[in-house]
Ligand binder design. Structure first.
Ligand SMILES: NC(=O)c1ccc[n+]([C@@H]2O[C@H](COP(=O)([O-])OP(=O)(O)OC[C@H]3O[C@@H](n4cnc5c(N)ncnc54)[C@H](OP(=O)(O)O)[C@@H]3O)[C@@H](O)[C@H]2O)c1
Length: 259
């Protein structure tokens, strides 16, 4: 899509999994990529180098901890120094491991003041702060598009997923509010709700093998989802082909949710 060339996307959490596939998709279409890492600095820098060389675009990795919402302002100020415009923002990064203790688990084990709050910050808080910073820059170039990652775990029951599922429902609702209010700035806002995708995040599920087998069984196309399956949809929502789509959630689940 030629009108994407020379534009810039900002993606949170693109060192692996879905974020990395999104970065590669935009880069392959000639879009410059500013993305963040948290623990994997070296991997982030290597990905930036590879994308720039392979697709002749500008790519750079920046540190960001989505649990520290004050980091969004300085992050975008750094990006301003390297990129002359921001057209798209993808809120993708998600916490795992220790910070989700008390948030990932059975309902009776949820701890609102700990893991559950962290999941809210990482999901809704990070979407809000990232989108606010991005929108100010998009307005200057006449508009843009924002996509947040969601999950079908807010529509169907997944073991231990109450904390994540409810916060994905919340971020979808928040994206609809943002869509209404940012529309006058020429900015569209949508969510992509993924079914189970084979990434490290899924491998961290205590019942990973079971989820994987069940996903393949349920899928109308008899396979797991891949990061690339999601990346194509995120990219589409940012193109002019999607110019009248805003305030929506696109479900990308291989047909697993209905079954
Ligand atoms: N996998 C699935 O089945 C699935 C399904 C539907 C939706 N989703 C959603 O898709 C998104 C990406 O998921 P994924 O499976 O690709 O995850 P992943 O493979 O675990 O990757 C997570 C990314 O987030 C970054 N990250 C982790 N902790 C962070 C923190 N505190 N601050 C900032 N960045 C942090 C990681 O950076 P470092 O490597 O540098 O630490 C990494 O780039 C998430 O929003 C997830 O909920 C996933």
């Amino acid at each position: 899509m030629s009108n994407m060339k020379g534009k810039t996307v900002v993606i949170t959490g693109a060192t692996k999994g879905i974020g990395k596939a999104i970065a590669e998709k935009f880069a392959s279409e000639g879009v410059n990529v500013a993305f963040t890492y948290n623990s994997n600095k070296e991997i982030g820098e290597t990905i930036a180098k590879e994308l720039s060389e392979k697709y002749s675009i500008k790519a750079k990795a920046y540190p960001l901890n989505i649990l520290e919402l004050d980091e969004f302002k300085p992050l975008f100020l750094e990006i301003d120094k390297d990129f002359d415009r921001i057209d798209f923002f993808v809120s993708n990064a998600m916490i795992y491991g220790r910070p989700v203790i008390g948030g990932y688990g059975k309902f009776m084990k949820l701890r609102p003041a700990k893991g559950l709050n962290n999941i809210y910050t990482a999901t809704v808080g990070a979407f809000v702060r990232g989108s606010q910073e991005a929108a100010r820059r998009m307005e200057k170039v006449g508009g843009g598009a924002i996509v947040t990652m969601s999950s079908t775990g807010n529509l169907i029951y997944i073991d231990n997923y109450a904390g994540h599922g409810t916060n994905k429902a919340a971020v979808e609702a928040m994206s609809r509010y943002a869509a209404v209010e940012l529309g006058e700035m020429g900015i569209r806002v949508n969510a992509v709700s993924g079914g189970p995708i084979d990434t490290d995040a899924l491998k961290a599920f205590t019942n990973y093998e079971e989820v994987k087998a069940e996903t393949i069984k349920r899928s109308a196309v008899n396979r797991m989802g891949t990061p690339e399956d999601i990346a194509g949809s995120v990219y589409f929502l940012c193109t002019s082909e999607a110019s009248w789509i805003t305030g929506q959630t696109l479900i990308v689940d291989g047909g697993t949710t209905f079954r």
